[in-house]
Design a protein around this ligand. Structure first.
Ligand code: SAH
Length: 243
Protein backbone atom coordinates (compact mmCIF):
# COMPACT_ATOMS: atom_id res chain seq x y z
CA UNK A 1 0.00 0.00 0.00
CA UNK A 2 1.17 3.50 -0.81
CA UNK A 3 0.22 6.35 1.54
CA UNK A 4 1.04 9.91 0.47
CA UNK A 5 1.24 12.35 3.35
CA UNK A 6 1.17 16.13 2.91
CA UNK A 7 2.68 17.91 5.87
CA UNK A 8 4.83 20.85 6.89
CA UNK A 9 6.56 18.61 9.46
CA UNK A 10 7.73 15.46 7.64
CA UNK A 11 10.20 14.80 10.47
CA UNK A 12 7.30 13.90 12.80
CA UNK A 13 6.89 10.73 10.74
CA UNK A 14 10.33 9.48 11.78
CA UNK A 15 8.49 7.60 14.54
CA UNK A 16 7.51 5.17 11.80
CA UNK A 17 11.09 3.92 11.99
CA UNK A 18 10.15 1.87 15.06
CA UNK A 19 8.04 -1.22 15.56
CA UNK A 20 6.15 -3.34 13.06
CA UNK A 21 5.55 -0.46 10.68
CA UNK A 22 9.27 -0.03 10.13
CA UNK A 23 9.49 -3.69 9.15
CA UNK A 24 6.58 -3.27 6.76
CA UNK A 25 8.28 -0.27 5.19
CA UNK A 26 11.56 -2.18 4.86
CA UNK A 27 9.74 -5.12 3.27
CA UNK A 28 8.04 -2.62 0.92
CA UNK A 29 4.59 -3.79 2.02
CA UNK A 30 3.93 -0.19 2.97
CA UNK A 31 5.29 2.93 1.31
CA UNK A 32 4.98 6.26 3.11
CA UNK A 33 5.51 9.03 0.60
CA UNK A 34 6.14 12.21 2.62
CA UNK A 35 5.52 15.45 0.75
CA UNK A 36 6.68 18.68 2.35
CA UNK A 37 4.05 21.33 1.64
CA UNK A 38 6.56 24.07 2.38
CA UNK A 39 8.55 23.09 -0.73
CA UNK A 40 5.65 24.54 -2.66
CA UNK A 41 5.49 27.79 -0.71
CA UNK A 42 4.41 30.92 -2.54
CA UNK A 43 7.57 32.99 -1.97
CA UNK A 44 11.19 32.99 -0.85
CA UNK A 45 10.05 33.37 2.77
CA UNK A 46 8.64 29.85 2.58
CA UNK A 47 5.16 31.16 3.20
CA UNK A 48 2.37 28.58 3.09
CA UNK A 49 -0.17 30.19 5.42
CA UNK A 50 -1.94 33.50 5.82
CA UNK A 51 -4.49 35.28 8.00
CA UNK A 52 -8.13 34.28 7.68
CA UNK A 53 -10.33 36.57 5.58
CA UNK A 54 -12.94 38.32 7.65
CA UNK A 55 -10.65 38.35 10.64
CA UNK A 56 -10.22 35.89 13.43
CA UNK A 57 -7.41 34.25 15.26
CA UNK A 58 -4.51 32.27 13.86
CA UNK A 59 -3.34 31.36 10.40
CA UNK A 60 -4.78 29.22 7.62
CA UNK A 61 -2.94 27.03 5.08
CA UNK A 62 -3.21 28.68 1.67
CA UNK A 63 -4.72 26.70 -1.18
CA UNK A 64 -1.90 27.08 -3.73
CA UNK A 65 0.93 25.24 -1.89
CA UNK A 66 -1.44 22.43 -0.95
CA UNK A 67 -2.84 21.98 -4.43
CA UNK A 68 0.60 22.15 -6.00
CA UNK A 69 1.71 19.41 -3.60
CA UNK A 70 -1.33 17.26 -4.41
CA UNK A 71 -0.54 17.67 -8.12
CA UNK A 72 2.98 16.36 -7.53
CA UNK A 73 1.37 12.96 -7.00
CA UNK A 74 0.29 11.37 -10.25
CA UNK A 75 -3.50 10.90 -10.40
CA UNK A 76 -3.32 7.13 -10.35
CA UNK A 77 -1.19 7.17 -7.22
CA UNK A 78 -3.43 9.49 -5.20
CA UNK A 79 -6.32 7.30 -4.17
CA UNK A 80 -8.91 9.05 -2.01
CA UNK A 81 -7.69 12.35 -0.55
CA UNK A 82 -8.34 12.52 3.17
CA UNK A 83 -8.05 15.66 5.28
CA UNK A 84 -7.40 14.89 8.94
CA UNK A 85 -9.82 17.22 10.67
CA UNK A 86 -11.73 17.46 13.95
CA UNK A 87 -14.73 18.35 11.78
CA UNK A 88 -14.67 15.02 9.94
CA UNK A 89 -16.49 11.78 10.54
CA UNK A 90 -14.99 9.91 13.46
CA UNK A 91 -12.60 7.12 12.53
CA UNK A 92 -13.48 3.56 13.52
CA UNK A 93 -12.24 0.05 12.85
CA UNK A 94 -14.66 -0.46 9.95
CA UNK A 95 -13.26 2.60 8.21
CA UNK A 96 -9.69 1.47 8.92
CA UNK A 97 -10.38 -1.91 7.29
CA UNK A 98 -11.85 -0.27 4.22
CA UNK A 99 -8.81 2.05 3.92
CA UNK A 100 -6.47 -0.93 4.30
CA UNK A 101 -7.90 -2.47 1.13
CA UNK A 102 -6.81 0.51 -0.98
CA UNK A 103 -3.63 0.59 -3.03
CA UNK A 104 -3.23 4.35 -2.64
CA UNK A 105 -4.33 6.89 -0.07
CA UNK A 106 -3.43 10.56 0.34
CA UNK A 107 -3.57 12.29 3.70
CA UNK A 108 -3.44 16.04 4.27
CA UNK A 109 -2.22 17.14 7.71
CA UNK A 110 -3.40 20.59 8.71
CA UNK A 111 -1.98 22.96 11.34
CA UNK A 112 -2.97 26.28 12.88
CA UNK A 113 -6.64 27.09 12.14
CA UNK A 114 -6.85 24.52 9.37
CA UNK A 115 -6.75 24.73 5.58
CA UNK A 116 -8.46 26.97 3.03
CA UNK A 117 -12.01 25.66 2.56
CA UNK A 118 -11.62 25.66 -1.22
CA UNK A 119 -9.13 22.79 -0.95
CA UNK A 120 -11.64 20.82 1.10
CA UNK A 121 -14.51 21.58 -1.27
CA UNK A 122 -12.65 20.79 -4.48
CA UNK A 123 -9.91 18.27 -3.70
CA UNK A 124 -10.70 16.44 -0.48
CA UNK A 125 -12.80 13.29 -0.73
CA UNK A 126 -13.31 12.85 2.97
CA UNK A 127 -12.57 14.62 6.27
CA UNK A 128 -11.57 12.19 9.01
CA UNK A 129 -11.39 12.91 12.72
CA UNK A 130 -9.77 10.74 15.36
CA UNK A 131 -12.07 12.04 18.10
CA UNK A 132 -13.83 15.04 19.55
CA UNK A 133 -10.75 16.91 20.69
CA UNK A 134 -8.37 19.37 19.07
CA UNK A 135 -4.82 18.44 18.20
CA UNK A 136 -2.21 20.96 17.20
CA UNK A 137 -1.57 19.13 13.96
CA UNK A 138 -3.01 16.51 11.65
CA UNK A 139 0.28 14.56 11.76
CA UNK A 140 -0.62 12.86 15.04
CA UNK A 141 -4.03 11.89 13.70
CA UNK A 142 -2.46 10.63 10.47
CA UNK A 143 0.04 8.53 12.43
CA UNK A 144 -2.78 6.89 14.40
CA UNK A 145 -4.60 6.13 11.20
CA UNK A 146 -1.52 4.80 9.39
CA UNK A 147 -0.64 2.56 12.34
CA UNK A 148 -4.16 1.14 12.52
CA UNK A 149 -4.34 0.62 8.74
CA UNK A 150 -0.99 -1.14 8.66
CA UNK A 151 -2.22 -3.90 11.01
CA UNK A 152 -4.54 -5.01 8.23
CA UNK A 153 -2.04 -5.10 5.38
CA UNK A 154 -1.27 -8.75 4.61
CA UNK A 155 2.17 -9.80 5.78
CA UNK A 156 2.65 -7.01 8.33
CA UNK A 157 1.58 -8.65 11.59
CA UNK A 158 3.75 -11.55 12.76
CA UNK A 159 0.66 -13.63 13.47
CA UNK A 160 -1.68 -13.09 10.54
CA UNK A 161 -4.73 -13.89 12.66
CA UNK A 162 -4.01 -11.55 15.51
CA UNK A 163 -5.96 -8.62 14.11
CA UNK A 164 -8.96 -10.90 13.67
CA UNK A 165 -9.11 -11.29 17.43
CA UNK A 166 -8.53 -7.64 18.26
CA UNK A 167 -11.04 -5.56 20.14
CA UNK A 168 -13.82 -4.38 17.76
CA UNK A 169 -13.16 -7.10 15.16
CA UNK A 170 -16.25 -9.03 16.29
CA UNK A 171 -17.90 -5.95 17.75
CA UNK A 172 -16.73 -6.70 21.31
CA UNK A 173 -13.74 -5.83 23.49
CA UNK A 174 -11.00 -8.47 23.54
CA UNK A 175 -10.90 -10.67 26.66
CA UNK A 176 -8.53 -9.92 29.58
CA UNK A 177 -5.00 -11.14 28.94
CA UNK A 178 -2.40 -12.43 31.42
CA UNK A 179 1.18 -13.63 31.20
CA UNK A 180 3.89 -15.11 33.43
CA UNK A 181 4.13 -15.55 36.37
CA UNK A 182 1.03 -17.52 37.41
CA UNK A 183 1.04 -15.72 40.76
CA UNK A 184 2.28 -12.17 41.08
CA UNK A 185 2.16 -10.42 44.47
CA UNK A 186 -0.37 -13.08 45.59
CA UNK A 187 -2.55 -12.29 42.59
CA UNK A 188 -3.39 -15.38 40.56
CA UNK A 189 -4.23 -15.80 36.90
CA UNK A 190 -7.79 -17.18 36.34
CA UNK A 191 -7.43 -20.94 36.83
CA UNK A 192 -9.20 -21.92 33.62
CA UNK A 193 -6.48 -20.29 31.53
CA UNK A 194 -3.94 -22.69 33.04
CA UNK A 195 -6.19 -25.76 32.71
CA UNK A 196 -5.15 -26.74 29.19
CA UNK A 197 -8.81 -27.43 28.42
CA UNK A 198 -9.21 -25.63 25.10
CA UNK A 199 -12.99 -25.75 25.02
CA UNK A 200 -13.32 -24.29 28.52
CA UNK A 201 -10.72 -21.65 27.73
CA UNK A 202 -12.60 -20.66 24.58
CA UNK A 203 -15.85 -20.34 26.56
CA UNK A 204 -14.10 -18.31 29.27
CA UNK A 205 -12.64 -15.96 26.68
CA UNK A 206 -15.92 -15.32 24.92
CA UNK A 207 -17.82 -14.83 28.19
CA UNK A 208 -15.13 -12.55 29.57
CA UNK A 209 -15.21 -10.54 26.36
CA UNK A 210 -19.00 -10.19 26.52
CA UNK A 211 -19.00 -9.31 30.21
CA UNK A 212 -16.33 -6.66 29.94
CA UNK A 213 -17.97 -5.13 26.88
CA UNK A 214 -21.28 -4.89 28.75
CA UNK A 215 -19.56 -3.27 31.70
CA UNK A 216 -17.19 -0.93 29.90
CA UNK A 217 -18.78 -0.27 26.50
CA UNK A 218 -22.46 -1.28 26.58
CA UNK A 219 -23.00 0.98 23.55
CA UNK A 220 -21.09 -1.53 21.38
CA UNK A 221 -23.66 -4.25 22.05
CA UNK A 222 -26.26 -2.26 20.13
CA UNK A 223 -24.24 -2.63 16.93
CA UNK A 224 -24.04 -6.43 16.87
CA UNK A 225 -26.48 -9.29 16.61
CA UNK A 226 -26.22 -11.19 19.88
CA UNK A 227 -26.57 -14.96 19.87
CA UNK A 228 -29.23 -16.63 22.03
CA UNK A 229 -26.49 -17.76 24.37
CA UNK A 230 -25.09 -14.25 24.72
CA UNK A 231 -28.56 -12.83 25.41
CA UNK A 232 -29.11 -15.47 28.07
CA UNK A 233 -25.81 -14.66 29.73
CA UNK A 234 -26.59 -10.95 29.78
CA UNK A 235 -29.99 -11.64 31.38
CA UNK A 236 -28.34 -13.88 33.94
CA UNK A 237 -25.71 -11.28 34.82
CA UNK A 238 -28.38 -8.59 35.05
CA UNK A 239 -30.51 -10.66 37.41
CA UNK A 240 -27.46 -11.33 39.59
CA UNK A 241 -26.69 -7.58 39.54
CA UNK A 242 -23.29 -8.28 38.00
CA UNK A 243 -24.09 -5.71 35.33
N1 SAH B 1 -9.32 25.63 14.37
C1 SAH B 1 -9.73 24.38 13.84
C2 SAH B 1 -8.86 23.25 14.39
C3 SAH B 1 -7.48 23.27 13.83
S1 SAH B 1 -6.46 22.11 14.62
C4 SAH B 1 -11.18 24.09 14.24
O1 SAH B 1 -11.63 24.70 15.21
O2 SAH B 1 -11.86 23.26 13.62
C5 SAH B 1 -5.10 22.02 13.53
C6 SAH B 1 -5.04 20.80 12.65
O3 SAH B 1 -4.93 19.64 13.45
C7 SAH B 1 -6.25 20.59 11.76
O4 SAH B 1 -6.08 21.26 10.53
C8 SAH B 1 -6.26 19.08 11.58
O5 SAH B 1 -5.47 18.67 10.47
C9 SAH B 1 -5.61 18.57 12.86
N2 SAH B 1 -6.56 18.03 13.85
C10 SAH B 1 -6.91 18.61 15.01
N3 SAH B 1 -7.76 17.86 15.71
C11 SAH B 1 -7.96 16.74 14.99
C12 SAH B 1 -8.75 15.58 15.19
N4 SAH B 1 -9.51 15.41 16.26
N5 SAH B 1 -8.72 14.63 14.24
C13 SAH B 1 -7.98 14.78 13.11
N6 SAH B 1 -7.20 15.87 12.87
C14 SAH B 1 -7.20 16.85 13.79
Amino acid sequence: MNINVLTIFPEIFSVLNSGIISKAIKKKLLLINLLDIRKNSINKYNQIDSKPYGGGEGMVFMAAPLIKTIKEISKKKRGPIIYMSPQGKQLNQKKIISFSKLKHLTIICGRYEGIDQRVIDNYVDEEVSIGDFILSGGEYAALCMIDAISRHIPGILGNKDSYLKDTFSNGLLKEDVYTKPEIFDSLAVPEILLSGNHQKIKTWKSENSLLKTSLKRPDLLKNIKLTKKQKKLLEEWSSKAIL
